[in-house]
Design a protein around this ligand. Structure first.
Ligand SMILES: [Fe+2]
Length: 332
């Protein structure tokens, strides 16, 4: 029988009263929780968390390059979500991060803050694996977070394959950096692409593997021109991306004759705007189940509880706990 993943009630409720949530997840008891650390918890190798678009960084008053408004709430939001992951029982073996770690401009201080915010996951025995997004810069990111960037088969890119018990997690690097000498800092405005070398590596990796592969990048597959490849390759069981800060459930189709398709799912932001939360992946025999953890929905302004639109709280209630699947066998 499949094991249930329980986000404790403390995790469900802690610090997110503004979101107006409190429903227990299906299969998880709603009783009082055990404080984290009271009993030793196991780490489940079939359990993983996927997060994206952390956008942590310096306070607005300290920024050299100013963002359009203050996002000073983000660091604490990400801290609360990290605490919730740490309260999971069992703990996930891996946390995958799909880029946009930096607030906006890929500055070194942003990555130092990310290190401080995420290190408790590593201290708990969880392995962190990252790729880059359009708001990142590889040199400062690797300087501070290099231990969380897996050895890449592609020079100059943060691509990686993490072998999990039932499938491979493939992280692609879709960042095209702006000219590093552009001191007005054009980070975030660049286009996205895999590049020739990474595309060749992906082709050869998929041709050689016999294991299911869940492919991920910061940008959607269609923005990278690989949506058809993802649909057709028999080993690719799904595609996850960040970038849009929204739960976006798209099905990519092949032709009527071939009858194959895959799910491409957009992951929310960990702390910035629109959907705020993360994804919990549980590998079963024959498929991956992904659960939406939705903790807030907001515009990038601090909003008093009485000024919150009713729809925001409705969105949180409706999306939280939703489960979607990624079957390994995709051919009819
Ligand atoms: Fe982002």
């Amino acid at each position: 029988m499949a094991k249930e993943v329980c986000l404790t009630r403390r995790g469900l409720l802690g610090g997110f009263a503004a979101a107006g949530i409190g429903a227990a997840l299906p299969g998880c008891p709603a009783g009082p929780s055990r404080p984290a650390g009271e009993e030793p918890r196991g780490i489940d190798p079939d359990l993983a968390v996927v997060m994206s678009d952390l956008h942590v960084g310096k306070a607005w008053a300290e920024q050299k390059f100013k963002t359009d408004r203050s996002y000073d709430y983000i660091n604490d939001t990400v801290r609360r979500l990290v605490a919730e992951i740490l309260a999971m029982n069992p703990l996930p073996a891996h946390v995958f991060c799909l880029g946009d770690v930096s607030l906006c401009f890929g500055e070194e201080r942003d990555y130092e803050i990310a290190k401080e915010v995420l290190s408790p996951l590593e201290a708990a025995g969880i392995r962190i694996v990252m790729t880059a997004g359009n708001h990142d810069r590889r040199v400062p990111m690797a300087k501070t977070l290099g231990g969380w960037i897996a050895p890449s088969p592609v020079k100059g890119r943060f691509a990686s394959v993490t072998r999990l018990p039932k499938y491979d997690m493939v992280l692609l690097d879709s960042l095209v950096e702006p000219d590093p000498s552009a001191e007005d800092n054009g980070v975030g405005r660049g286009k996205c692409e895999l590049g020739e070398e990474q595309s060749k590596w992906l082709d050869s990796f998929l041709a050689a593997t016999t294991r299911p592969a869940l492919v991920c990048a910061h940008h959607p597959a269609w923005s990278l021109g690989i949506n058809k490849q993802m649909v057709k390759d028999p080993r690719v069981c799904g595609f996850l991306h960040g970038h849009n800060h929204s739960w976006q459930d798209n099905i990519l189709y092949s032709s009527y004759a071939r009858k194959t398709m895959i799910r491409m799912l957009g992951i929310p932001s960990m702390g910035m705007d629109r959907d705020v939360g993360f994804a919990v992946l549980r590998a079963l025999d024959g498929w991956i189940e992904l659960m939406h953890v939705e903790r807030d929905y907001y515009f990038p302004v601090k909003t008093a509880k009485e000024d919150r639109l009713p729809l925001w709280d409705r969105l949180v209630e409706e999306r939280h706990g939703r489960r979607v699947s990624f079957p390994f066998d995709k051919l009819a």
